[in-house]
Design a protein around this ligand. Structure first.
Ligand SMILES: NC(=O)c1ccc[n+]([C@@H]2O[C@H](COP(=O)([O-])OP(=O)(O)OC[C@H]3O[C@@H](n4cnc5c(N)ncnc54)[C@H](O)[C@@H]3O)[C@@H](O)[C@H]2O)c1
Length: 349
């Protein structure tokens, strides 16, 4: 999968009968994603946004006024929807002033910098949305399984001197995908992300910011091109997994080839309307960038702490024929295991 690949609408199956939610769906990438979902036959698309879209919406697309940074609002919006198959955590904001530029109060003291909106929208809002979507999908357990797609950004990988908090928030979302990709499929749900480069949209990267880049010959995405990667991520299949995790053996990643299981744990960078999936290469190259010995220790540690019970036979489609029992949670929020898996894991390593 390493290297550029093409995505066009024909690679996306019909979404008839599906219900989707798109946060930040009133503008830019989220709006294009909502319209593409509708165009591919999605029966219901719910936009969760602070403001209504300025353009007319097709009959299958519905607007709900929701601030993703407010748990109660998000939960109420989920409660008003009976079922969700595909959920896009896309709402995001850029910081308006630099966190690290010093400003002073009237007594000459350093003022507390403001990053609440970026953290609350980009990180807290995404975490809350993913939790609510996962919970709703887990309860409804559709045969084909659910899909969650997060909009991160190239800044999350590469940093940005012009928007440090924004870049840090997008890096957090990459960490979230990496953390959830080994456990979400236990519930038949996939987690993926898209990392756009500069994309002409509403507030985050309006046309006047794109013009100087275009004059220099730097390619800029259209929101429609990023939307293709978003919907593709929710529906694509893969011949192998990104990585072996925990007690899985390295060869286990190819079990997917048998059933062409669902796309999971992947992040597509979109730049100049070209697409590259980066997580598989980053995973394969770990022995080079972190060293074989370090990697060996990490894998041993993961194996020792992999509390997922071994897969049951004949498990669900969409997880490559694997389904794990989900651990239960004790009164104090601690994981309770059936059997003594932890010591078994330690004995093994
Ligand atoms: N445009 C780019 O160059 C670019 C690059 C990388 C990543 N992204 C990411 O793409 C996503 C979409 O951004 P866009 O460029 O389409 O921007 P946009 O400004 O056109 O759209 C963002 C939408 O999110 C909504 N929103 C903001 N805060 C919200 C909240 N608290 N609750 C609900 N809705 C909220 C806004 O009202 C708006 O409709 C963001 O996560 C952004 O960080 C954009």
């Amino acid at each position: 999968m390493a290297g550029h690949f093409q995505i066009d609408e024909n690679l996306i199956p019909s979404l008839e009968g599906k219900t989707a939610i798109v946060t930040g769906g009133s503008s830019g990438i989220g709006l294009s994603t909502s319209l593409l979902l509708s165009h591919k036959g999605c029966t219901k698309v719910f936009i969760f946004d602070l403001v209504e879209p300025e353009c007319p919406l097709p009959p299958s697309v519905h607007f709900l006024r929701v601030d993703v940074s407010k748990w109660e609002q998000l939960r109420a919006a989920f409660d008003s929807i009976t079922h969700v198959d595909i959920a896009f955590a896309n709402a995001g904001v850029q910081e308006e002033s630099s966190f690290f530029v010093d400003t002073y109060d009237e007594k000459g003291r350093l003022k507390a910098p403001d990053c609440k909106e970026v953290i609350d929208t980009n990180i807290r809002g995404t975490l809350s949305f993913v939790k609510l979507a996962w919970s709703a999908m887990r309860r409804s357990r559709s045969v084909e399984g659910g899909s969650i797609v997060i909009t991160t950004g190239m800044e999350g990988y590469l940093g940005s001197g012009m928007g440090c908090v924004y870049a840090a928030s997008k890096a957090a979302l990459i960490g979230l995908v990496r953390s959830l990709r080994s456990i979400m499929p236990q519930d038949g749900i996939t987690i993926n992300a898209v990392a756009p480069g500069p994309t002409v949209t509403g507030k985050i990267f309006p046309q006047h910011l794109a013009t100087p880049l275009l004059k220099l010959g730097v390619p800029v995405n259209s929101a429609d091109a990023v939307a293709l990667a978003m919907v593709y991520s929710a529906t694509a299949r893969q011949k192998r997994r990104v990585e072996a995790y925990g007690k899985e053996k390295e060869g286990d990643i190819y079990q997917a080839a048998v059933g062409m299981e669902r796309w999971n744990g992947r992040i597509i960078m979109v730049q100049g309307e070209t697409y590259v999936e980066v997580e598989e290469s980053l995973s394969d190259l770990r022995p080079f960038w972190m060293g074989r010995e370090n990697l060996g220790w990490v894998r041993m540690g993961q194996a020792a702490c992999d509390f997922r019970p071994f897969p049951a036979e004949g498990a669900g489609e969409g997880t490559g024929g694997r389904r794990y029992e989900y651990p239960s949670w004790g009164d104090e929020g601690r994981v309770v295991f059936a059997g003594d898996l932890y010591s078994a894991a330690v004995d093994e390593v």
